[in-house]
Every structure is written in C-alpha cells, then in structure tokens.
Design a protein. Structure first.
Length: 245
C-alpha cells in the first residue's frame, strides 16, 4: 500500500507541495479520491489567499502546523478543503480542486445524486461533498496516525506481465520496472504524465493575474479536471445609510 504523506511532505514551500499532490489519494468517510487538480495559495505573499491580510477566526487553521486541514464555507452553500503547507505561521495552503473517485464509488454516488461519475469530485465543492468534508473536519491533522482522513502517495499503475510472470524489460524478481516507487517524501507520477499550470479558477483582482499567479496545477488529459472560469469582481457593499435606487 502506498505510504501516508507525512508532516515533512507538507512542511515545504507551497509551490513545491502543490504539484506533488497530483496523483495522491485522499480517503475519508468511505470514499477515496485521486487528486487531478489543485491550486496553491501563499498567505501574506498572495492577494488571492484568505490569509493575505492576516489571521482571522476563519483562517486560524491556515496558520497552524503543516498537514492541517482547512475547510471553509463559500457562497453560502459549499464547503471546500485545503491542506496547510510550509512552516507554522506561514498560512500557505493547497486547495484540493478536483479528482477521480477511485474507491467507495457507490457511497460517492449516493452523496452526489444525479451527476455523472466524472463529475462526482470535479470541482472543490463536489470533491468536499464526495468525501463528506464539512466544518466538523476543519482543523484535522491529516498526518496523525489516528486521523480519519488519509493522504497517500500515488498508487503504481498496473503493469502487464510476461508469460513467466516477470515484468517486461526486467529480470524475474526485479523491482526496477515498478512505477510510482520513491525513496523520498515526494510521490512519483507515471511516465508521460504531464503537469500543466495556469491561472486559478474564480480568483479576481491581483490574485487572478495569470502571469503573476499561474498557481493552478492539473494532470493533462484527465477528464475530472474542472473547467476554467475567470474571477468576477464582487460589487462593493453600499455605504452605511445609503439606499438602493
């Protein structure tokens, strides 16, 4: 079984962690999702981050230990889940934006009635719903041995075998042909897998600048990657005492 991701994995710059989460699996409440799309957010260095202007009761988890789970409510109806990175106090995090359900398919279908299997976790709100992530999971330490949420390195792709049971191009008993094996903390992707980058979805203002913040990462050719849409500036709140015409 692939190894669990450790605190050391997350205790690195967010732009290192984010692309290396692609292909990893996240399991919770009977469902497992293989991540195919993520977004990086870099705290005080990033105008698109919830933590850009400092700590608030909402963002407190982001300022905690790496490996923490930051779950927030958005648009008055959806939950989204992030993994805290860097050092404590840095408030950087990776949004789990989309993935493929690879375990607990029937459970995920029951939670997402009326959508295709491709769309079960296609988008951050759908992903959180498929995994049953809500306010109750906010602040979880995903690296704890007793954590109900498990993050694991990518699973090796199935390999065809020769008639004698050995791996193609290798001696019988050799592990040289296995894919996905890694001696370091960062997981491997299968040969030929391409990681693409671009602007983050739905982020407006300076944080949505495609040249300055191409901080969305996704696996090329994956059907579960969400569609890109630019951010729209929110209308300014009316001043106190003002009336709408």
């Amino acid at each position: 079984m692939p190894s669990l991701l450790t605190r050391a994995f997350f205790a690195r710059p967010v732009l290192e962690v984010a692309p290396e989460l692609l292909g990893c699996t996240v399991s919770h409440a009977g469902v497992t999702v293989r991540l195919t799309e993520v977004e990086a957010y870099d705290g005080a260095n990033d105008p698109g981050s919830h933590a850009f202007r400092g700590q608030t009761p909402r963002t407190r988890v982001m300022f905690g230990e790496p490996g923490g789970l930051y779950v927030y409510f958005t648009y008055g109806m959806h939950w989204c889940a992030n993994l805290v990175c860097g050092s404590a106090g840095a408030a950087s995090a990776v949004l789990m934006r989309a993935g493929e359900v690879v375990g607990g398919l029937e459970t995920a279908r029951a939670r997402r009635v009326g959508v295709t299997d491709r769309d079960l976790a296609r988008g951050p709100a759908r992903l959180a719903m498929a995994l049953a992530l809500t306010r109750d999971q906010n602040g979880l330490d995903t690296t704890a041995t007793d954590s109900p949420l498990a993050l694991r390195a990518p699973m090796p792709e199935p390999l065809s075998t020769s008639l004698d049971g050995s791996l193609p191009g290798s001696l019988p008993g050799s592990l040289s042909g296995l894919r996905g094996a890694s001696s370091g903390p960062s997981p491997d992707l299968s040969p030929g897998a391409s990681v693409l980058t671009g602007p983050r979805v739905g982020v407006s203002g300076p944080g949505g600048d495609a040249e300055a913040f191409p901080w969305r990462f996704w696996l090329e050719g994956e059907a579960t990657v969400s569609a890109y849409r630019p951010g729209r500036p929110r209308p300014a709140k009316p001043a106190a005492g003002s009336r709408n015409p």
